[in-house]
Design a protein around this ligand. Structure first.
Ligand SMILES: Nc1ncnc2c1ncn2[C@@H]1O[C@H](COP(=O)(O)OP(=O)(O)OP(=O)(O)O)[C@@H](O)[C@H]1O
Ligand SMILES: [Mg+2]
Length: 495
């Protein structure tokens, strides 16, 4: 591939954020061919999002140049980029939440009639595009009222409406259910067949292998290798990404049965119908099922985040009154929710501050906060999770998406909960850190704590759980132990 046959060429691209000690990306040279589906992979903080933000004009370059369709590309804003045919579906959605769906789709290219906005026509066209994508929705709704899948469809519709020739997608599958991912893939393939070039970023390597023609690996801000997809194995790709060999992602399971720490009887609430189960110390209990099976809802009831209409919870054989998250935390229960955006990271504060905040009590002695002890504990977790930052003092707003998630995990792990519930613990996290998180789960259990893991990734559920409870439509449909835990048995119970 050379610049002549390429829709997009990068030459020596470098970006150093203001105040950052080292560049986020440096010396990036690559060519994306017309009509290609080009994959971009790398660990959290490797520079993927930074790279595409430079292409899309969201941030400026420090050095280097970008050539688009044979000419030098200078975009000072995403709006300018999309008008030149470069659209981005961001990791963090980038729509105007207070505008309607059709206003977003027509942003900057509004249809006018006699000098006035032609709303009718824009609404009709927006509906048409979305319908072609397989989405029926009221396009006069505000974007903020939509589910993630519909927000994403709106972003894609916006790209289509602007006739983009290059569509860049930054972890588009992260907020979607499996079924929605399948649908998104169809859309991407259809667009590609109609001539649109795609750059696709994901931590889910199966998606990368499914979709792409070529894959570039970023490591620590440098492009370390570009492969033809059919010529590389998953092992090789992982080795390039993390710079070391990872053979076993899941640690060996060893479960020494302890006493029952949690007993849930007949838990009932919206979307949850009479759920009962027990959890022992030392155990990792997986919850399987299709998205929408009521697993998250069950845990929210247990945690006091939603109101239960019935059921009893026993902790260490004593009845526990849990009507709020505060009650749950006082009872030793921690919940790391799947939607970490709502998990309240204080973006303009440091990693240290964010981690310490909920654990201040733990580090206070007679009116003083033991900062040194906290710093040391936070530092240990920071190392294990491989948070990529300058140091603990770095503002959370300056972390990559995946590293922000790591801070949420860290914050909860610091609290020393006796019962820890993890809802989709590795979403958006790179493969090297996944391994560390699985080891951490194992260690917590080995210390006599009890862990509940909800995961839609079947290998993960099978890889970490001693026992799996499967749910369907708000009810438990079965329980699997040891060798019984397989993809087939879970799927049979799940549907
Ligand atoms: N606004 C910012 N100011 C300073 N540094 C930043 C800023 N945004 C990102 N960085 C740094 O740039 C580096 C690359 O971040 P980037 O978001 O591009 O990573 P990424 O590959 O997209 O990671 P992820 O998989 O976690 O999304 C990181 O070290 C990050 O801390
Ligand atoms: Mg990113």
């Amino acid at each position: 591939m050379d610049a002549k046959n390429s829709i997009l060429s990068l030459r020596g691209v470098k970006k150093q954020y203001e105040g950052a000690p080292i560049p986020a990306i440096e010396d990036i040279t690559l060519d994306v061919g017309y009509g290609e589906i080009y994959g971009l992979v790398g660990e959290n903080g490797a520079g993927k999002s930074t790279l595409i933000k430079t292409i899309a004009g969201a941030i400026g370059l420090t050095d280097g140049e970008i050539i688009y369709k044979g000419g030098k590309l200078i975009c000072k804003s995403p709006a300018e980029a999309i008008n030149k045919g470069i659209g981005v579906v961001y990791q963090e959605f980038n729509l105007f939440p207070n505008l309607t769906v059709y206003e977003n789709i027509f942003f900057g290219i509004e249809i006018k009639k006699n000098g006035f906005l032609d709303r009718k026509q824009m609404i009709r066209k927006s509906q048409e595009i979305l319908r072609q994508l397989g989405f029926e929705l009221d396009v006069t709704k505000r974007v903020s009222a939509l589910s993630p899948a519909y927000q994403q469809a709106t972003e894609i519709a916006k790209c289509i409406n602007h006739n983009v020739e290059l569509m860049i997608m930054d972890e588009p599958s992260a907020p979607l259910t499996e079924k929605e991912v399948g649908k998104m893939f169809e859309v991407v393939r259809k667009l590609n067949q109609s001539g649109v070039t795609i750059i696709y970023i994901s931590h889910k390597l199966n998606e990368i292998f499914d979709l792409t023609d070529r894959i570039s690996v970023l490591r620590d801000g440098h492009l370390v290798h570009t492969f033809r997809t059919e010529e590389v194995t998953e092992q090789e790709l992982i080795r390039e990404m993390v710079g070391r060999e990872i053979t076993e992602i899941y640690p060996e399971k060893d479960f020494r049965s302890g006493e029952v720490i949690l007993k849930v009887e007949n838990l009932t609430g919206a979307k949850v119908h009479g759920v009962s189960f027990e959890l022992k110390r030392g155990e990792v209990l997986g919850f399987g099922g299709l998205v929408g099976a009521g697993r998250t809802e069950t845990m929210r009831l247990l945690f006091g985040a939603d109101r239960k209409t019935g059921g009893t919870v026993y902790i260490n054989d004593k009845k526990a009154e849990i009507d709020s998250p505060t009650d749950a935390i006082q009872n030793g229960i921690g919940l790391i929710p799947e939607d970490r955006k709502q998990q309240g990271l204080v973006l303009n504060k440091s990693i240290f501050f964010n981690c310490l905040l909920p654990s201040i009590g733990k580090y206070s002695r007679s009116g003083f906060i033991r900062f040194k002890e906290a710093r040391s504990d936070i530092g240990k977790l920071y190392d294990i999770l491989k948070v990529k930052a300058v140091n603990q003092g770095q503002l959370v707003s300056r972390l990559s998406g995946g590293n922000q998630q790591k801070v949420v995990l860290e914050k909860w792990l610091l609290r020393d909960c006796e019962i820890l519930i993890l809802d989709e613990p590795t979403r958006g996290i790179d493969v090297g850190t996944k391994q560390e998180i699985y080891q951490l789960i194992k260690d917590l259990a080995a210390q006599g704590k009890a862990v509940i893991v909800i995961s839609s990734e079947m290998p993960e559920l099978i890889g970490v759980s001693h026992r799996v409870i499967v749910m369907h439509e708000g009810k438990i449909t079965g329980e699997l132990k040891g060798d019984e835990i397989t993809q087939e048995t879970i799927l049979t119970l799940a549907s």
